[in-house]
Design a protein around this ligand. Structure first.
Ligand code: GDD
Ligand code: MG
Length: 363
């Protein structure tokens, strides 16, 4: 059951460069990438609002000026949004401290802090309640993954207290990881050193644990995804379109595909698996598109196949081409008969001639 906490303030960390998502993030910061038809952050904003958040401070850095034109003062979302920009990136902890200047709540109040690239089905209200009931300094949402070495590994004791925070350790001691959603007591944010680069994962959390401050775990294994890689970004969009994760920000009902205004999908094309078809994009007869993100104004021509991939704005996939697990940059052209797969990334504007790349075993 969802439960809300009245008038909570939040900080959203949105200043990272999104390097693992290049070339998609060369021009657009990760939190603004279209995901199931809306900028990624719209899903996080809608979820936070549903749990009683009314005011959100965006901690921006990379391409900072691009956020406000999209979300404005937040009134369209029933929120008050404030934008705070770091002149040079301050790291996660430094960004939280810097954004904390714009909070209005008192020193003992809880503040929600979110990584800006997370889709999660967990109950934020229950996490806040645990934090308040146990008078914690910080309460971390933890989830479980198969490969914890790519995340913050977080062991706990029997009472639910966090006993260590091991960021990206090659030898994880548990599958439990930091899921990137924290409740901080406001005074703890104010105690992070100001005006310097600080990692909340490598400095602030280990420091609080060493001082024996109450750092608690809110463990929840419902839907969770960090969309920071191309495969995960495509998966997140796909899961939202299919309705595997409900989001109040979805611009349509769940289904095999979502078509944005002006999109044209031929009745003789096969489009399914949670594909998002961007505004004015065209999928021609005989083309097949599965579980992919087609951004705006792109064309999948007759007989082309696109699987688990991102096709950039204005890009074109020509007849007979096969694109699998790939990222095709804006305005790029995949010429006829190419076979692209296994994590290939085509940079914006690149034009691959006919049959320039093939993976067939018969050549
Ligand atoms: N404002 C600002 N300034 N934001 C930043 C900065 C900065 O200098 N550096 C990173 N961020 C933001 C990113 O935009 C992102 O929303 C968030 O902080 C986390 O950064 P990522 O680059 O996505 O980190 P990660 O995915 O490798 O690891 C983090 O998330 C994992 C869960 O997905 C860590 O918090 C891990 O411990 C955690 O397991
Ligand atoms: Mg991340």
């Amino acid at each position: 059951m969802e439960s809300s906490s009245p008038d909570l303030e939040a900080i959203l960390l949105v200043g990272g460069q999104g390097t693992r998502l290049r070339p998609l993030t060369l021009g657009t910061p990760k939190p603004l990438l279209p995901t199931a038809g809306v900028p990624f952050l719209a899903h996080q904003l809608a979820k936070a609002r549903a749990y009683g958040v009314r005011r959100i401070v965006f901690a921006t850095s990379y391409r900072a000026s691009m956020f406000e034109p999209v979300f404005g003062d937040g009134s369209d979302f029933g929120l008050e949004l404030v934008y705070i920009t770091e002149e040079t990136p301050l790291g996660t902890g430094g960004a939280i401290r810097n954004a904390g200047r714009a909070l209005t709540c008192g020193p003992d109040d809880p503040v929600l802090v979110l990584n800006g690239d997370i889709l999660s089905g967990h109950d934020i209200g229950a996490q806040v309640r645990l934090h308040l009931d146990r008078s914690a300094a910080v309460t971390l949402h933890l989830t479980e993954v198969d490969d914890p070495s790519r995340f913050g590994c977080v062991p706990t004791d029997d009472s639910g207290r966090v006993t260590a925070f091991l960021e990206k350790t090659p030898n994880p001691v548990t599958n439990r990881i930091n899921a990137g959603c924290y409740v901080f007591t406001r005074s703890v944010i104010d105690s992070i050193p100001a005006g310097q680069v600080v990692s909340v994962e490598r400095e602030t959390f280990p420091g609080l644990i060493a001082e024996d401050r109450p750092v608690l775990a809110y463990i929840d294994r419902t839907y969770w995804l960090d969309v920071g890689t191309p495969a995960a970004y495509v998966q997140g969009s796909r899961d939202l379109v299919l309705g595997r994760l409900a989001s109040p920000a979805m611009p349509g009902s769940p289904g095999e595909y979502l078509a944005l205004p002006g999109a044209m999908v031929s009745p003789e094309a096969k489009v399914h698996g949670g594909t998002a078809v961007g505004a004015r994009s065209v999928v021609e007869a005989g083309a097949g598109v599965v579980g992919s993100v087609l951004l705006d104004d792109c064309v999948i021509e007759a007989g082309a196949t696109v699987v688990d991939s991102v096709i950039g704005n204005g890009a074109r996939v020509c007849p007979g081409a096969v694109v699998r697990d790939a990222v095709i940059g804006d305005r790029a052209v995949v010429g006829p008969g190419n076979e692209l797969q296994a994590g290939i990334r085509i940079w914006p504007g690149v034009e691959l001639g006919e049959c320039a790349v093939r993976y067939s075993s018969d050549i």
